[in-house]
Design a protein. Structure first.
Length: 69
């Protein structure tokens, strides 16, 4: 088994583009593609300063801070 460090792979790539590349170029199908899709969709980021918190911002690229594969 080969272990890959994919921590930076998701930083700036648009989620739709990434899923398309995984499907077409790397032939990811069914369960693997569904896992990536569920991991990347419906993610939000909130920014907090002192006593102020922003509204949730949907992430279309990257992954939320503190999470990792």
């Amino acid at each position: 088994m080969a272990l890959l460090d994919l921590s930076c792979a998701f930083d700036m790539v648009d989620h739709v583009t990434l899923l398309s590349i995984l499907s077409q170029r790397f032939s990811a199908t069914d369960q693997a593609l569904a896992w990536f899709q569920s991991y990347l969709t419906d993610k939000y980021q909130v920014f907090t300063t002192d006593s102020t918190q922003s509204a949730p911002i949907a992430l279309s690229s990257g992954i939320s801070q503190g999470s990792g594969l």
